[in-house]
Design a protein around this ligand. Structure first.
Ligand code: MN
Length: 317
C-alpha cells in the first residue's frame, strides 16, 4: 500500500528512500476510536490533497521537498492496539538509526505511543509537545493502555510533556496532569505569553505530536471528536515556527484526520500543516540558497552523521 505514493506529487528523484532526509510513515489505524470512525482514511485524503499544493513556501523562501520525502510502506498491523504500537515503535527506531527525520501520519492518536517510545529511548530529556483538544492522559481506557484516550499517558511518565490547546478531559485525568505544563485553550485565547512560556519549559530535543482536533472545528471539522474553541491557523504556525527555530525538533506526527468527501479543505489544511512543519525544520528562515549548510552545521542533529548527502551536491540535493 502506498508504495508508489508521493507526497505533494514531487518528482520521483526526491521520493527515493536512499536520498531522502525525511521519511513519512503512514499508520492508518482506527481500532479504538469511540465516536466517528474514519481516521484510517485520513492518509489517503492527506496525500490526495497534497498533490494540489504548491511546493514553494513563501514564509521560509524554501522548497523543502528537495531534501527528499520518502513515504514508507504503511504500518497495517491491526491484530491488536498493542501489536500496532509495537510495530510503530520498531519502525520508528529503525528509521532513527538510519538518520532519517521521522514523520508519521495517522490514523488515530494511539499510533503516537510507539513513536514517542522510540524517541524517548533515543533522546535523554525529551520534550513531547502535545497539541490536542483532549488531554489523552488516561492510564487505561476500555481495557487497553493503547487506546487513543491514553495517547500521552506514557509520555507523561517518561518525558517532559507539554500540552497545548486542551479543552476536554475527564476529572480523573487531573491526577496525572502537570498543570504547570498545560496551556488550556481558554487560557490561550486570553494570554499573549503562552508561546514563550511553553518554549521556556522545553528541553532541547522536542517531539511534536499533533492531533488535528486542536484546531477550531470551523477550520478543521474533519476529526473524530471536534471540540469548539480551538486554535486557529496563523497562531498555531507562529508557535510551531518558534519551536522549530529555537529547539531541535527530532520528529513529529499528525493524527486524527477523519476525511469528509464533501469538504476537502481540512484535508488540504493537514497537507499544508505537514509541509509547513518540514519547511520550518529544514530552513532557518533567512537562508535562500539551500538547506545543505544548515543541515550540516547542526551537530546536535542525528543528521550530522549523514555524510552521504554531503557528497551529492551535483544531483539536486
Ligand atoms: Mn484529540
Amino acid at each position: 500500500m502506498n508504495l508508489h505514493k508521493k507526497f505533494g506529487g514531487i518528482p520521483e528523484e526526491f521520493a527515493k528512500y536512499d536520498k531522502s532526509k525525511i521519511v513519512l510513515i503512514p499508520v492508518p489505524f482506527d481500532g479504538t476510536s469511540t465516536w466517528q470512525k474514519g481516521a484510517d482514511k485520513g492518509f489517503e485524503a492527506f496525500i490526495e490533497a497534497s498533490e494540489n499544493m504548491e511546493l514553494y513556501d513563501i514564509e521560509t523562501d524554501s522548497e523543502v521537498y528537495k531534501n527528499g520525502i520518502s513515504i514508507l510502506n504503511a504500518i497495517t498491523e491491526k491484530s491488536s492496539p498493542e501489536a500496532m504500537v509495537e510495530a510503530v515503535h520498531k519502525s520508528v527506531q529503525h528509521q532513527i538509526k538510519r538518520n532519517k527525520f521521522v514523520t508519521l501520519f495517522g490514523g488515530e492518536h494511539s499510533i503516537s505511543i510507539g513513536a514517542i517510545r522510540a524517541f524517548y529511548e533515543t533522546y535523554e530529556n525529551l520534550t513531547v509537545l502535545h497539541l490536542d483538544a483532549h488531554a489523552d492522559l488516561r492510564k487505561e481506557y476500555e481495557g487497553s493502555k493503547y487506546n487513543h484516550a491514553c495517547a500521552v499517558y506514557e509520555a507523561s511518565q517518561h518525558t517532559n510533556l507539554i500540552q497545548i490547546g486542551i479543552r476536554s478531559m475527564d476529572a480523573s485525568e487531573k491526577l496525572t496532569m502537570d498543570f504547570e505544563k498545560v496551556y488550556f485553550a481558554h487560557e490561550i485565547a486570553q494570554d499573549n505569553f503562552w508561546m514563550d512560556s511553553a518554549l521556556e519549559q522545553m528541553t532541547e530535543n522536542v517531539f511534536i505530536t499533533f492531533d488535528l482536533d486542536v484546531f477550531d472545528p470551523s477550520i478543521m471539522p474533519s476529526t473524530g471528536t471536534p471540540e469548539p474553541g480551538g486554535l486557529f491557523w496563523n497562531e498555531t504556525l507562529e508557535f510551531l515556527n518558534k519551536v522549530f527555530s529555537e529547539k531541535n525538533v527530532v520528529g513529529f506526527d499528525i493524527v486524527e484526520l477523519c476525511p469528509n468527501s464533501n469538504n476537502k479543505a481540512p484535508d488540504f489544511l493537514a497537507a499544508k500543516l505537514y509541509y509547513k512543519m518540514l519547511s520550518y525544520k529544514f530552513s532557518n528562515n533567512t537562508n535562500t540558497t539551500g538547506f545543505e549548510e544548515d543541515y550540516d552545521d547542526n551537530f546536535d542533529s542525528p543528521f550530522a552523521k549523514l555524510s552521504k548527502f554531503k557528497d551529492n551536491d551535483n544531483d539536486g540535493f
